[in-house]
Design a protein around this ligand. Structure first.
Ligand code: FE2
Length: 381
């Protein structure tokens, strides 16, 4: 079997690790010193870094490096005269000497894009199972990460019980709508979500910064005709736009949209953010789309406004395309959760006969992902 090998550059500024499996990875001396795992650099209790940049000499070099028989890389740094040890699997897991990611707009490999062909294969778990069986909860959270939404059935028929669903993985963000809010027909509503009209698919509250990252919509009564719930994969819509017209995709990531909501006394909520959000690494990370919250766009230059509107109209048409829609009736005692940074939601029109009573709340996605990462790690042993 080939051995793990290490070669240090002549100036000691970097090294090359050639693994037994043939993989070759370079690391900089400064990076290695910064990421030393010993307790003088990182807390052994919680992994937090205990030094600042200024504590690492600017002329840090590798004086000596070797790979031990038990697969650790051991380094002596100068001028600190510091010794550090790194397990090879740790180095592989944190390596950065790899080909650049794919084209702009790439997606995390945890995600699964979907459209109407998902049909009735909506990810679902029963409330009791999620409460009592950790693997049941784990599977549900995993499908929320992959699909950006999931249903739950068998939920308690009591007002406010949606908070129990959020507490399965995290916490609810309180807003001017309260810890949770009612979604039902009202006379003289200040917000169109409370009427019986059909709604265009949207992400909630794009006029906030940060936006609510998850939403639970929880059904306590639904005897009205229509009023079905509809979801659209915003990432699938953005990727389709990118494929059909890359220039339009660029417009919507490069220029901000304006969003505003003045429906509540004493508050003016407004933001300027792009409809398609790309991270500094080129990853597609967010969608904001809400025709009702759209405000006059004055930040797009005159010469670019026609192109911007063309792009906006194109994305709008993709979102309205039934081949992108997954529709389901939410019955009393059922709820669904959406990743509000990715999946758009709406409902079809419903008649005034019968009742439709939902409650909604905004849990935070970071807590959901934190719980999921923990369960993944437990499962992996
Ligand atoms: Fe909504």
């Amino acid at each position: 079997m080939t051995e793990n090998k290490v070669e240090v550059s002549d100036d000691g500024g970097q090294l090359r690790l050639v693994m037994a499996d043939g993989e070759s990875l370079r690391f900089h001396a400064f990076w290695l010193r910064d990421n030393a795992l010993e307790e003088d650099t990182r807390s052994l209790a919680n992994g937090q870094r205990l030094i600042t940049m200024a504590d690492i000499p600017n002329d840090t070099k590798i004086l000596h490096a070797e790979v031990t028989e038990d697969a650790n890389l051991v380094i002596e740094f100068t001028p600190e005269n510091k010794r550090a040890m790194y397990p090879l699997p740790w180095l592989k897991a944190h390596a950065y000497d790899r080909p650049a990611k794919m084209e702009e707009g790439w997606l995390s490999q945890n995600l699964i894009l979907w459209n109407s062909s998902l049909g009735n294969q909506v990810p679902v778990v029963d409330f009791e199972t999620a409460c009592k069986d950790e693997s049941g909860l784990h599977g549900w959270l995993r499908s929320i990460r992959s699909h950006g939404f999931a249903k739950m059935t068998g939920c308690p028929l009591e007002s406010g019980a949606l908070i129990k669903v959020a507490e399965l993985f995290g916490y609810v963000r309180e807003t001017n709508y309260g810890k949770w809010f009612e979604v039902r027909s009202e006379v003289n509503p200040s917000n169109l979500a409370f009427t019986s009209l059909g709604l265009q698919a949207h992400t909630d509250n794009p006029y906030r910064d940060p936006v609510p990252t998850m939403q639970i919509l929880y059904c306590l009564e639904n005897t009205a005709d229509g009023g079905e719930s509809k979801v659209v994969d915003g990432f699938a819509a953005a990727k389709r736009l990118q494929m059909e017209n890359p220039e339009s995709f660029s417009y919507l990531k490069n220029y901000n949209m304006s969003f505003e909501y003045n429906g509540d006394k004493g508050q003016i909520l407004k933001t300027r953010k792009p409809m398609i959000e790309i991270s500094a690494e080129g990853e597609l990370t967010g969608i904001r789309f809400n025709n009702r919250a759209a405000a006059p766009i004055s930040q797009v230059p005159f010469e670019k406004m026609s192109g911007f509107y063309e792009a906006y109209r194109h994305l709008d048409a993709i979102i309205d395309d039934p081949t992108m829609h997954v529709t389901f009736k939410l019955n009393a005692g059922e709820c669904f959760i959406v990743d509000n940074t990715r999946v758009l939601h709406s409902r079809t029109a419903f008649s005034g006969e019968g009742k439709r009573w939902l409650q909604g709340c905004y849990p935070d996605k970071d807590a959901l992902l934190a719980k999921l990462d923990y369960l993944d790690r437990v499962e992996a042993g």
